[in-house]
Design a protein around this ligand. Structure first.
Ligand code: ZN
Length: 382
């Protein structure tokens, strides 16, 4: 691929294959057991995080813009990671505390966790109306603009526990559409209404096919059909291992490759691509639909960009324009567990309204993925 007309030294083929990431990302142990984020990305160091440089190069070297239905300018993929189902569940708080204590090495710290967990449980049982028990609001907002998203749910069991695992069970109860449902019933209802259910697997699945299959099977038992889409919890993903694990577990679409603390194009592209297996030097049959913007990266107050609502909207408009210019896919993630935070919900509604006035094609991960695979000729990148 030609590097002409570019004012950077990035090898785009190497970028999309994940080789820069494999070379530059430190191990979790080197960054305190956390997921390394945008600071280690080669594009950030070059000041190119918000630029879809791969897509621009594709177009400037004679490649065609992707074809979207109705000749839309670009596509929007809407997603939600369901990390928690309730804010005020005492049962979930007890499970959460037990899990934390199990992962503590010191007895002193375990005691502190136990006391804190006990206090939280007492506070939570006093509350009545759970402010995130209004999942129907996401469906209603999306239905108004003729959109259906992907909801990524976590499994309820794991053989390889980690302190970030979910604390909900499929038998827990929630209020949905004004009525009491179990989580399993709500998942089936969302599925039956035509939204997509994807898997949000736990931290320790990123390198373990059997564990990932085990978790996928749990959600498939709930919905009664195959699950094809995945996004790793905490975006915990190793580019040298996870693509192969996803493919072997039978997924077709992944949308993990974005950032927790920033927004932008982690691999320099808004176009879906067949992810590369670096060990076996081959393209896999799993399509990566990269995550471009998530709510928490912009709006959390203690990490990430820490933007206010207005500035977050300005950042988003800039990325929307960049995706429009290349006719790519703008993948958005909004967490249902933050619906009680008004600026977060307002930003979602405002963005959805703005997008609905543009010439877009909007859908779930599966919608976008199947359209891309069937109708758009795959680029010669990588
Ligand atoms: Zn998550």
């Amino acid at each position: 691929m030609s590097e002409s007309n570019c004012d950077h030294d990035i090898d785009l083929e190497k970028l999309v294959r994940g080789q820069y990431e494999a070379e530059n990302r430190p191990s979790e142990n080197e960054v305190g057991g956390r997921v390394p984020d945008f600071g280690y990305n080669v594009l950030n160091r070059e000041g190119l995080l918000y630029e879809p440089i791969v897509d621009r190069e594709h177009l400037s070297s004679g490649g065609e813009k992707p074809n979207w239905p109705n000749d839309a300018d670009f596509a929007v993929c809407l997603t939600h990671d369901v990390d928690e189902v309730s804010l005020y569940s005492a049962r979930q708080e007890v499970r959460n505390t037990v899990s934390k204590i199990r992962h503590r090495r010191s007895t002193g710290q375990a005691m502190k966790d136990l006391i804190k967990g006990g206090m939280r449980t007492i506070r939570k049982t006093r509350k009545r109306q759970d402010p995130i028990h209004c999942y129907e609001r996401w469906l209603e907002a999306e239905e108004k603009v003729d959109a259906k998203s992907t909801f990524f749910f976590m499994p309820e069991q794991t053989n390889k526990p980690h302190e970030t695992d979910s604390d909900y069970r499929f038998s827990d109860t929630v209020i949905f559409d004004g009525e009491q449902y179990t989580v399993a019933e709500m998942i089936r209802e969302i599925d039956a209404r035509g939204w997509e259910i994807g898997l949000h697997p736990t931290w320790n699945t990123y390198d373990d096919v059997e564990e990932l299959k085990f978790q996928k099977g749990q959600l498939e038992d709930v919905v009664g059909h195959k699950i094809v889409s995945v996004r790793q919890h905490y975006l915990h993903y190793d580019v040298t291992k996870t693509p192969r694990v996803h493919a072997k577990a039978g997924f077709k679409y992944d949308s993990t490759l974005g950032f927790n603390d920033n927004i932008g194009f982690r691999f320099g592209t808004s176009y879906p691509w067949n992810i590369y297996d670096l060990e076996n030097n081959e393209k896999l049959q799993i399509l990566e639909i990269p995550l471009i913007i998530q709510d928490g990266a912009m709006l959390r107050s203690n990490r990430g960009l820490r933007l206010n609502e207005e500035l977050a909207y300005d950042y988003m408009l800039r990325l929307i324009e960049n995706v429009r210019e290349v006719g790519g896919v703008l993948t958005l993630l909004w967490h249902p567990s933050y619906i009680h935070k008004e600026p977060w919900w307002r930003l979602f509604s405002k963005t959805l309204n703005y997008l609905s006035e543009q010439d877009i094609w909007i859908g779930s991960l599966q919608d976008i993925g199947s359209k891309w695979s069937n109708k758009t000729p795959l680029r010669n990148i990588p």
